[in-house]
Design a protein around this ligand. Structure first.
Ligand code: PPS
Length: 288
């Protein structure tokens, strides 16, 4: 199948047809947010599945039932994907969702509600590496070609959800005030209990240290890798083939160092720098 046939084009962005449809996108646009909804917004390969594990536990005080009994895509559905319409009535309040949408595609009711957002960012070099391996295991995405070819595809934004820099810019310039919290994948890897405490304070949850520790253990890479409700082993190999490259692949910071040549590093860095040069915000990573 050509990449044209694998993607829908929605407001200029590529979305995989396997998980999105014109109906699901309309459903997302018409979706009515509630004030106590929580949505984790994540550019692909930056920690989405991780947030699908974390949010239910933070919101319910550490009851493991949802992560042990409901597959991640139904437990914390994507706003824009087809499953939302199927499971929305089964979501308990406060509802947790994830989204890969840029800010300007969020539906009208999101803006008028008080729903909270946790925006997760990851170093784009590691995002690109993770995405490269994801394209190898996902039957519904085009073949990435060589690593070098994929780097150009990624930098030009010819990937699902478009350019990383556009996504980050859109969510760094919002009018959400204290409804949005920013966190990085790296911060979560470095000290998950501290990251969980920060998220739980933002969500007005008063969790004990024991509860945070328990949640941290169950949301570790090691635990998620063996959780069949979160590791995509329930999905047929035709769609996601964990034998080609596991979805929960490495879960580390800085894997790009194992893949980038010095020429690729300077090419990558110069594009990202250029696209962010006039921005008022700073990013938490050095790009060199
Ligand atoms: S997707 O396809 O956009 O939904 O992918 P996403 O979930 O955003 O990103 C997948 C990467 O997140 C890593 N991951 C984790 N890292 C550390 N700890 C935990 N618990 C964890 N859960 C998921 C996953 O391994 C992918 O990164 P890579 O670098 O490929 O390992």
């Amino acid at each position: 199948m050509s990449s044209e046939e694998m993607y829908l084009r929605y407001h200029g962005l590529l979305l995989p047809k396997e998980t999105h449809s014109l109906e699901s996108l309309k459903f997302a646009q018409d979706f009515t947010f509630k004030d106590d909804d929580v949505v984790a917004v994540v550019y692909p390969k930056s920690g989405t599945i991780w947030m699908q594990e974390i949010l239910p536990l933070l919101l319910n005080g550490g009851d493991l039932t949802p992560i042990q009994t409901i597959p991640n895509w139904d437990r914390v559905p994507w706003l824009e994907e087809t499953r939302l319409e199927v499971v929305v009535d089964q979501l308990s309040s406060p509802r947790a969702m994830v989204s890969h949408f840029p800010y300007h595609l969020m539906p009208p009711s999101f803006h008028t509600s008080k729903a909270k957002v946790i925006y997760v960012m990851r170093n784009p070099k590691d995002v690109m590496v993770s995405s490269y391996f994801f394209h190898q295991m996902a039957g519904f995405l085009p073949d990435p070609g060589t690593f070098d070819e994929f780097m150009n595809t990624f930098l030009e934004g010819r990937v699902l959800l478009g350019k990383w820099t556009d996504h980050v810019k859109s969510w760094k310039h919002t009018e959400l005030g204290d409804r949005i919290m920013y966190i990085t994948y790296e911060e979560m890897v470095q000290d998950l209990p501290a990251a969980l405490s920060r998220m739980s304070a933002f969500l007005d949850r008063d969790l004990s240290e024991e509860a945070i520790q328990k949640i941290s253990e169950h949301c570790s890479f090691k635990s998620m890798k063996v959780n069949n409700m979160s590791n995509f082993s329930l999905v047929p190999k035709l769609y996601l083939d964990n034998d080609k490259s596991p979805f929960l692949r490495k879960g580390v910071v800085g894997d790009w160092k194992n893949h980038f040549s010095s020429e690729q590093l300077s090419r990558f860095t110069s594009v990202i720098h250029k696209e962010l040069e006039n921005e008022s915000f700073t990013l938490p990573w050095s790009f060199d």
